[in-house]
Write a protein that binds this ligand. Sequence first.
Ligand code: NAP
Length: 314
Amino acid sequence: MQKDVAIIGLGCAAYTAAIYTARYKLDTLIVGEEEGGMGVTAAEVGNWPGEVEINGPDLMDKFKNHALSYDLVEHKIARVESVIKNDEGFTLTYQNGETSTAKTVLFATGSNKRHLGVTGEEEFAGKGVTYCATCDAFFYRGKTVAVLGGGDSAVEGAAIAAQVAEKVYLIHRRNEFRAEPFWVDKVNEKDNIEFVLNTNVLEIVGEQTVTGIKLDKPFNEEEVLPVNGVFIEIGSLPATALPKEMGCDLDEKGHIKVDSGMQSSIPGIFGAGDVTNGSNRFAQFTTAAGEGAVAANSIFGYLQSGDGHSGAMG
Ligand code: NAP
């Protein structure tokens, strides 16, 4: 049976939207390949209002349980291979060839971690190179690791890694972090974190697994810093393969361009969360949830009147 809305994604924006669409009495499909989105990679969330501190996986479980408490929400784990516009709406085709149809589609597909593009990165992926310090630090108990980047992910990641690793190098290409001062204070408090600033990584070296990283200038007189693990935390790229294929307008950084109602350039296609250019591209739980709510409201308006720009509030 055709759904009112197919929400693609299983993260914060997607589940928030599903809570709202269910309460608008819309027949909702929520589908994605992996549960939780970027939210599950947050070790400590301290800026979700109402929770002084909660970990990302627990918060995402709450989102999911809340959304799935509504009978109108159907949950599906599958990879969506294509979305095609037809006369009645849209057809989603999954990897196994099965299909679903919906009158509207909400892309809440989030983002994927940016790669550094240096020699050794691919060769040692999963053998010392990973893209989530908070998820993988646990495997480096008592070892030496490097965290690359200067944003929230890197600085939070370094603070979490320092709880288990013996030594953490936080390597950043500039001499200033862009992370929240809360996390910068945390890394400053740790005496097993050493900052390597104004420095770029040229190569990741190793044998069976990573043994070191080659820097563009010596640090403590070493050109190859000996490390057992490298966490690359240099930002993310929006996951826009499907909307791009459909012809949705993207901004210069590759995010889906949305209007204030979260509608894309194609009527009936909406976006929410890290995949859009909304909220000043400030990727947070709070902004993703807000965008999910606005998108659901606009979808309700669109289904009632064919106008996705003004939302249900007129
Ligand atoms: P980000 O804010 O885009 O920061 C990426 C960092 O990597 C920057 O410091 C950047 O350097 C550096 N970088 C980028 N490309 C590089 C390259 N090729 N080589 C070396 N360094 C490079 O990414 P993020 O830290 O993953 O955060 C993404 C979003 O998620 C943000 O909105 C953030 O607020 C949010 N987030 C929030 C939390 C939290 O609230 N606790 C946790 C994680 C993520 P420059 O500074 O020189 O540009």
